[in-house]
Write a new protein. Sequence first.
Lengths: 366, 328
Amino acid sequence: MSWSGHYLDGRSAERRRATAQVTASGLEIITEDGAVRQWPFAQIRQTQGRYAGEPVRLERGGAAAESLIVEDVGLLTALRQATNGPRGRFHDPRRRRLRAPLTLGAGLAAVGLALGLYVWGIPTLAAATAHLVPTAWETRLGDEIYRRLVRPEDRCGDPERQRAIDAIVARLTEAGGTGAYRLQVTVVDWPQFNALALPGGQIVVMRGLLDRTDSAEMLAGVLAHEAQHILRRHTTRAVIQHASTALMVAAIAGDVSGLAAFALEGARAVAALSYSRQAEAEADAEGLRMLLRARIDPTPMIAFFDRVVREEDLEEPNEGLRRYLTTHPANRERVARLRSLAAGAPAGARLLAGADWAEIKRICGG
Amino acid sequence: MLLVEAVPSSVAPAVAGPHRLRFHGRASSLFGIHIVNVFFTLLTLGLYYFWAKARVRRYVFGQTEFDGDRFLFEGRGLEMLLGFVKAVVVFGLPLAALNYVPPFLEVGRAVTVATSLAAYGLVLVLIPVARSGARRYRLSRTSWRGIRLSFRGRTLEFVRVFVGGALLSAITLGLYYPAFVVRNHGFLTRHSYVGGARFDFDGRGPDLLVDFLYAVLLTLPTLGLVWFWFVAAKRRYLWQHTRLGEARFQSTITGGRLLRLKLGNLALIVVTLGLGWPLASVRTARFLCRHIWLEGALDAAAIRQEIQTATATGEGLLGLFEADLDMG
């Protein structure tokens, strides 16, 4: 049995018609000019011809290898029979039939792996790595997200009222516990009932939420809660988790490049991030402790959360509230836990004594 | 025993064109490769990415035929991984240091600004280093008819061409941009070889300026679609000024065809949530093979083997900067 194809000598790009046959010791190749070449089995390797329609390419030699190209995959079968040698050196054309089921299996396994990573792997990884990120990186990341999220014209920057809000932050942090973080609160002129913490120390309070607070203590409660998300690195963890998920999706969709772009894309979606129930409980408890350390009366904070819970029970919570609830799931249990934690705490000194909260709330004008 | 026809002479004359490209690849095979790649990439938490890249490239090159013979890609996942690691250590870390360390040290504003500028400058220099390095790697691992391809341009020289052109483009508010593109391409082409046969490029910088100005002027009225025609004109121009020995490349890429291809691919990818990219890749490869060919005498016997070495560092560096716009 002989196979026809063509032969390349590895020295020039000229191709010669050739026939080949399998002998006891190797492959005998006869080119159209009559030259005969013997390729011992041990020196032959296959470099192409694993896919349907792809000719078989056999090579012999080092960098400037000679090649034999034959269309018929029967040559591979003959070589396998003749060598009976190490498996995998020559592709077995019969194994192509296995390819479809194996690919299907790999596909199903990939779906399983992806789900496992999403549900368990990535959250675990994010929790473990969030604590390894230097604070300076967190700050930089937070600043970058802030820059993308908040347009300068949306910022409510009335200096007088901002000073009052900064005073609340100063009260919260003067008892320590903030480590290397410098907390910075910005009010933005958005109607949503929400506040969000960015990695590194930025807290963005939306006008919709500020409007609904009755006192400086209520805002302090919200700030203490958000500050804990920063200090406990919940936000950083959420950003890592989001970016890793985006990366995984990209890997599945076939484009794994532009890592930085994906990371930032993930960062931009930070506004829609939600924390785990456990992270929320932690921020509640630690936020409350932060208030107590700062000698701020926790009752208004609890009243505020209570109000959120009550309104949730109403038939139709308004759109802004609904959004707050999806990112800050509130429930009676949480309020009850806060009450028990706060029991017996001294009332504390008034925040911003003598100032008119209704007046400060108008930081966005109007 | 086998009887062999006697052929009078093995000295084949140079064969006149057209020398066509053909793409044999099938989306189903590429999809299968991709599924398996996804599986291993997830299993290894991303490490397999480099092997995946090698497999896709090996398939795509192996399915691309020029003048009756397929290309062979012999790059390896491990060397691409090592190239990437080396690129991160040698180039990525200094870049990250320039970007992140000054704010961390709380040095003065002037120092921060200076290091940021240095970082931008470094990126401007590293992009041509990456592009020429990646080309050097890819060509060195590619062969046709058993003859290795190579890129032999000196990296520093390309950095000079690229950085100079980029600065000139900025100074002239973009007027120099078309010449910048042509000169970069010219440099990369003129230093590319099949064996000992060098590609040549005889395009001149200013030739694309008129097309470019048209495109700029018509951007608003055509909602930007005119750029498809500019890109097509650019590609035709670049190919038609590329020669291999006596032969010259030809191209029939037009704006309309390019627009159809790209819109089709976009629709495919959007509708399939990204899973359709193997089909999009196959469509692109078929398109390129149909609309680019080599015209004129090609003397295969005169293309002699000459082997150049290359590492995968440039390939890894390019991975840090830009998406793989080429196939695989």
